[in-house]
Design a protein around this ligand. Structure first.
Ligand code: IFM
Length: 703
């Protein structure tokens, strides 16, 4: 499946779509800033951290299972309008043409519709959506109508509209879990409509029925040169999760709407004009592209070059939208704020796939994400205690810090998230040297996660340190012993924590790291993904249905030698300094054909290691897979939101794969591997407060 160029023509600085569009378009043209997200034309708006909770009904319950589900809940949207011309609803008139354009330098989606009136005349309606990259809670939408027949009056109407999802979830764990029972009308209006609106401002306050989280939403309408300009503001109070003794969390205090309405009003009363907001947006993006752009020069140039650059920039633009304004709120969900796939939960995607981009292009924002994880420590300590472990255990998936994964074999058993968070802390420190952050938060995260490993693992009869009954990144093998990735990353975590622990702990951690079991099969000549993996039956070649998770019971998948996403291969990338090139090549050659890539986190990692071990054609293929995951809807679920880890992975594949960036050994090094057909690769990295610019050319790259 490749990009349909008749629908999405190539352009280096914009995504353009011809045609009526669908839910895929709503994702591809979504605008967001990390605090607010809008899906044009869908009536769905999201505010980071604003979520509903619900009881998880386990058919067979057990001690310590996650009990409270969390789902990001849409906030009222103010961007859906009814446009009337001479009394006619233009939405009901035939659509002659529609063009959508998301400009990466302007940060705005523009939709131009031509509608046909009953007498054959054409009227043009242009609507725009912008979420301010410079201001946390602010958005802008404008509507302009041209070609109006003489004498016909135009009326544009649109209110704050709470979104109500359709009943009935598919049997697809990648979609949102919706609360069962009690209906899907989860927002209670707290004020009387009209009460809060004066001075041209319309507002409302809403509370989620179970979570008791409150949001104020409002808008200010102005008319300029015949266009309606609507500035929208949202205000919520960031919640502080508090771990309760014996587990559980007290995340929410009932928030009184009055201060939120006042904050919303103040934002709107002082709101810049549409022109000023647009100028501010463009200025923010000038800075972004200066530090974050990645340019590829193909030997052939031409349309392929334009399409490639467009896709790269669309992915980078998603990363800009995910992290621009995070201060005070939550983390970065797997879909950002572009949709509610994966229920709006944050996973390890945040630390291992998205953070590297932020660490190297915008370290202050990377620090905010790590501070979010630090604020989750009390909850992680409570969860560790619930699992009878010392230290802290981060939830596999969460919005508010509490474990929200109902299926523990592919959820809580992924203890490796602790090592992923620790890896990101260490990477941030290596690249920025931010000692203040380490003293205030980073060191504590390293220590608490190291304590968890020290307690989870044990010394075996063989005199080695083992970690059993875990699930690694490869979710097609669950509850295994000595997962290679987990053990290697736990070792890294134990050593990274050493400067921050007590003397007695440090001695223990160092000896556990030195004695860590890492499986190697001398007969096959590769590292063993876990203690049984290499002895499992191969996946039947005739069964090519993908993704496996939608076609087979988990037990069928678990008993085969089949890999959902890079596991050993991911360790080879992150901890590359610990393994020889020959070992990396042998491991890559063994595991790559077993890997289905059913997770979108896989392709970029496979590209990175393929590039390093000299499998350049394979590197290019995996890179293309990651690059077009959403633009070509390769997994058929982009309608649920952008695959943000894959977007981060695209940056990683470019910079760490073809640019050869490595830092796992505590030093930033680059060893480029340009693939066939590439003339040059350019990018910038911020290291130790200095912006370094790189341009690798094919001849110099040693191909
Ligand atoms: O975190 C990932 C996981 O590794 C694979 N399934 C999807 C999750 C969210 O992206």
């Amino acid at each position: 499946m490749s990009v349909d160029r008749s629908r999405f023509p190539a352009d280096e600085w914009a995504l353009i779509e011809h045609g009526a569009g669908d839910e895929l378009s709503q994702t591809l043209f979504a605008v967001a800033n990390g605090t607010v997200g809008l899906r044009p034309g869908s009536g769905q708006a999201f505010v980071n951290g604003f979520h509903e909770t619900f009881r998880i009904h386990h058919a067979e319950t057990a001690y310590g299972l996650a009990r409270v589900g969390q789902v990001i809940w849409p906030v009222p949207d103010a961007t859906v309008f009814q446009v009337r011309c001479g009394g006619l609803d233009l939405g009901e008139c035939p659509l002659v043409s529609r063009v959508r354009r998301l400009d990466f330098r302007l940060g705005e989606t523009v939709q131009t519709d031509v509608r046909q009136l009953p007498d054959g005349a054409h009227v043009t309606v242009v609507q725009t959506w912008l979420v301010s990259l410079a201001r946390p809670g602010m958005a802008l939408t404008t509507v302009a109508v041209t070609g109006v027949p003489a004498g016909a009056a135009v009326a544009i109407e649109g209110e704050l509209r709470p979104y109500q999802p359709a009943e009935g979830a598919a049997d697809d764990p990648r979609r949102a879990d919706l609360p069962l029972g009690g209906g899907l009308d989860r927002l209670d209006r707290l004020d009387r409509p009209g009460e809060a609106g004066t001075g041209g401002i319309t507002m409302g306050a809403y509370r989620c029925r179970n979570s008791r989280l409150t949001v104020a939403a409002g808008y200010l309408d102005r008319v300029s040169e015949g266009a309606l300009e609507r500035v929208i503001a949202y205000a919520t109070t960031p919640f502080e999760p508090v771990g309760l003794p014996g587990g559980g969390l007290d995340v929410v205090t009932d928030q009184h709407p009055a201060p939120l309405l006042a904050a919303c009003r103040a934002e709107l009363a002082g709101a810049p004009s549409a022109a000023e907001l647009r100028d501010e947006q463009a200025a923010w993006l000038v800075g972004f592209w200066d530090r974050a752009d990645v340019r590829v020069q193909l030997e052939a140039g031409g349309q392929a070059q334009v399409g490639l650059q467009q896709a790269i920039r669309w992915e980078l633009f998603q990363l800009a939208q995910a992290g621009a304004q995070l201060g005070g709120f939550g983390g970065i969900p797997a879909k950002g704020l572009s949709g509610w796939g994966y229920s709006g939960h944050c996973f390890w995607d945040q630390e291992l796939y998205i953070l590297p981009f932020l660490i190297y292009t915008d370290p202050a924002r990377a620090r905010q994400v790590l501070e979010f994880r630090h604020r989750m420590l009390p909850a992680a300590r409570a969860r560790a205690a619930e699992l009878e472990l010392r230290g802290a255990l981060y939830p596999w998936r969460t919005i508010n810090g509490e474990e929200a994964s109902a299926y523990f074999p592919a959820g809580t058993a992924q203890y490796h998230i602790d090592a992923g968070v620790a890896y990101a802390v260490q990477q941030y420190y290596t690249v920025t040297g931010d000692a203040e952050f380490m003293a205030q938060a980073g060191g504590e995260i390293l220590v608490e996660t190291a304590r968890m490993w020290a307690d989870l693992g044990f010394w075996g009869d063989d005199g080695l340190f083992h970690i059993h009954t875990v699930t690694g990144p490869d979710e097609y093998s669950a509850i295994v012993d000595d997962n290679f990735y987990t053990n290697a990353m736990a070792r890294h975590n134990l050593l990274a924590a050493a400067p921050w622990g007590t003397e007695a702990e440090v001695a223990e951690w160092r000896s556990m790291a030195a004695g860590m079991y890492l499986g190697y099969d001398a007969v096959v000549g590769v590292h063993a993904q876990d203690s049984q993996f290499l002895r499992r039956e191969p996946w039947p070649a005739a069964d090519t249905r993908r993704p496996l998770l939608l076609h087979h019971h988990p037990l069928v998948i678990y008993r085969h030698q089949v890999v959902k996403q890079a596991d050993v291969v991911l360790a080879l990338h992150l901890l590359g300094h610990e393994f020889s090139l020959a070992d990396k090549r042998a491991d890559f050659d063994y595991y790559d054909p077993l890997t289905t890539g059913d997770s979108t986190l896989s392709a970029a990692t496979q590209a990175i290691v393929a590039a390093e071990v000299g499998r350049s054609q394979s590197a290019l293929e995996h890179f293309a897979e990651a690059l077009f995951v959403d633009l070509a809807d390769r997994h058929g679920n982009t309608a649920d939101g952008v695959h943000l880890a894959s977007a981060g992975g695209v940056w990683l594949a470019l910079v760490a794969g073809f640019g050869g960036l490595r830092d796992g050994g505590g030093e930033v090094v680059l060893e480029p591997h340009l693939p066939p057909g590439w003339a040059a690769l350019e990018f910038s990295l911020q290291v130790g407060g200095e912006l370094r610019r790189y341009c690798f050319k094919a001849e110099a790259a040693g191909r």
